[in-house]
Design a protein around this ligand. Structure first.
Ligand code: 5GP
Length: 178
């Protein structure tokens, strides 16, 4: 599949994504039983994952979004995080679950976790669909729920973009190495 100037190949199909999401939701439903967590989706990339995950959450819960960017449409992290949408939900004393599309260096997540902690939540955990363990620059202890661990390669689809394209693709594709 061609997106802009690059070629991508099938990597994780829609069926497998849904199966893994069902497992993550089961874990979250069990771990947070009796509580009313606040799910924070990190836009843009997490919108599909967030929707599919939340459909399987049976807990009473609140949902809200923030918008962070570090890749700016390219192939690698810029290392500076830009916050485009501020969090307006009051999370003081709440159990917060951050929903991410992918954790690469971990810079975006570390930045956001530090911000959240300044508001005094009861707890913070992170649920990310994808993780690139080899790219991670520091351990993030809040990262408790991971859909798939992948190699250090560039992926698109299911919310993830290349040059803002490919977010609508149903399934995850990876860059064909030349
Ligand atoms: P980090 O701060 O962990 O290096 O980067 C996290 C953000 O970079 C993700 O939320 C995502 O927007 C973007 N990103 C990291 N790896 C990929 C990738 O393989 N493909 C795409 N499309 N975006 C990525």
């Amino acid at each position: 599949m061609k997106i802009a100037d690059l070629e991508f190949e099938p990597f994780i199909d829609a069926d497998n994504i849904q199966k893994r999401i069902n497992m993550l939701a089961l874990e979250l439903n069990a771990d947070y039983a009796g509580r009313t967590p606040v799910f924070i989706g990190v836009l843009n990339g997490s919108f599909m994952f967030f929707a599919d995950l939340l459909k399987q959450i049976t807990l009473p819960c609140e949902t809200t979004f923030t918008k962070l960017a570090s890749y700016y449409g390219g192939l690698s992290s810029s290392r500076s995080v830009r916050e485009d949408v501020e969090l307006h939900t009051n999370i003081t004393g709440r159990d917060v679950i951050v929903v991410e599309d992918i954790v690469d260096t971990g810079n975006t997540l570390s930045y956001f976790i530090n911000k959240i902690k300044m508001h005094g939540p009861a707890s913070v955990t992170v649920c990310s669909l994808l993780l690139k363990p080899a790219a991670l620059e520091a351990t993030i202890e809040e990262l408790k729920y991971v859909g798939f661990e992948i190699d250090n390669e560039f992926v698109v689809g299911y919310g993830l973009d290349y040059k803002e394209l490919g977010r609508n693709v149903n399934g995850i594709y990876r860059l064909v190495s030349s």
